[in-house]
Design a protein. Structure first.
Length: 342
């Protein structure tokens, strides 16, 4: 077998597709591998460049193959898609990956460590638990409404319904329905305990690093966002400027420009949805504070006078991300802006 220079690896759960070329671009190897044969195959060849789409289990395989001496590059699947020639199959995908990884302008995804991925597991589990808590709360409210029992929104109103369920003397709830709804209450209480434990671990993760403590000094950045930023953006210098990081998250306007005429729209669903959602929520908290005391943030007050609250929140989140990038790269601390004299 001739020496392989570049390999496109299409990963999956059980079956992997390999497409390798030599220094001249000629196809050297094109084969399928079972999961148990992936590591032995790459251990038997000389170190080369390996391209993988940044999808499920990609960081694991990047670490495994990188330990064998290979130069592993992860790429966003959206950037690989244009190189697929015709129909979609494993062989075509591996060939497209092999072609894309050689492009000089290709953008690569940094390989995450096991520690960074473990922190992201905390956030994914937290998001799942929060969704379960909302669903359980809505189910309890909906079932109790069938018996004419309505409570105000919020935790206090939900607690009133739970007290009614626990009151065996209240005959407004039939015994059969009370038994079933109590099962939902027990699940809700368990989820609340799990959410508190998850939040405790996230706070400990954010406070354990010096970068996390500096990020939490920024208004609108709490332990959850700081921890997620550190785990998701391990190397901020991979972005040339703060705007590039903001665009990667998805907080910049969508462009439809042509002929020298700029046309900017709203933000899209591209980017990191979890970070974008949390940053906008943090910006809304800053806006609520600025509405009560706007002397410290006149820029935000002037923006809200021209735009709606949600648009102002996205603009503030965009500005916050740029500050995050500057603080992570420079090592400085956040400095509160000083209002200009009238």
């Amino acid at each position: 077998m001739e020496q392989i220079r570049v390999i496109g690896l299409d990963i999956a759960k059980s079956v992997f597709q390999v497409h390798g070329v030599d220094g001249e671009g000629e196809v050297v190897v094109r084969r399928r591998l079972k999961r148990s044969r992936v590591v032995p195959f790459f251990a038997s060849i000389e170190p080369c460049r390996i391209g993988i789409e940044a999808c499920a289990t990609s960081h694991f395989w990047a670490r495994e193959l990188g330990a064998l001496g290979h130069d592993v590059k992860l790429m966003p699947p959206a950037y690989v898609k244009p190189y697929v020639k015709r129909q979609k199959n494993d062989a075509a995908d591996a060939e497209a990956i092999c072609e894309a990884v050689t492009r000089p302008t290709m953008r690569f995804v940094p390989v995450k460590t096991t520690e960074q991925q473990s922190v992201m597991v905390l956030h994914r589990v937290r998001e799942l638990l929060m969704g379960q808590r909302v669903r359980l709360s809505n189910a309890i409210r909906g079932h109790m409404a069938e018996f004419g029992l309505i409570a105000p929104i919020g935790r206090i109103g939900l607690q009133r319904l739970i007290e009614t369920i626990d009151d065996e003397t209240d005959d407004r709830v039939p015994p059969g329905a009370r038994l079933c709804i109590r099962m939902l209450v027990d699940q809700l209480l368990l989820v609340n305990v799990q959410v508190l434990e998850n939040d405790r671990q996230i706070r400990a993760s954010a406070s354990s690093s010096e970068v996390g403590r500096r990020l939490m000094e920024i208004p609108g950045i709490g332990p959850v966002i700081a921890s997620a930023l550190i785990a998701t953006v391990p190397d901020p210098k991979a972005f040339r400027c703060g705007r590039n990081l903001s665009a990667w998250i998805g907080l910049v306007p969508r462009q439809n420009s042509s002929g020298g005429k700029e046309r900017l729209g709203g933000i899209t669903k591209q980017g990191n949805r979890y970070l974008r959602k949390m940053l906008v929520v943090g910006a809304m908290a800053v806006i609520r504070y600025a509405q009560r005391n706007g002397t410290r943030r006149p820029w935000l007050v002037q923006l809200m006078a021209r735009r709606t609250t949600k648009i102002a929140a996205v603009a503030l989140a965009n500005k916050t991300v740029r500050m995050v990038w500057a603080i992570m790269v420079s090592g400085e601390r956040y400095r509160e802006p000083v209002p200009l004299a009238a």
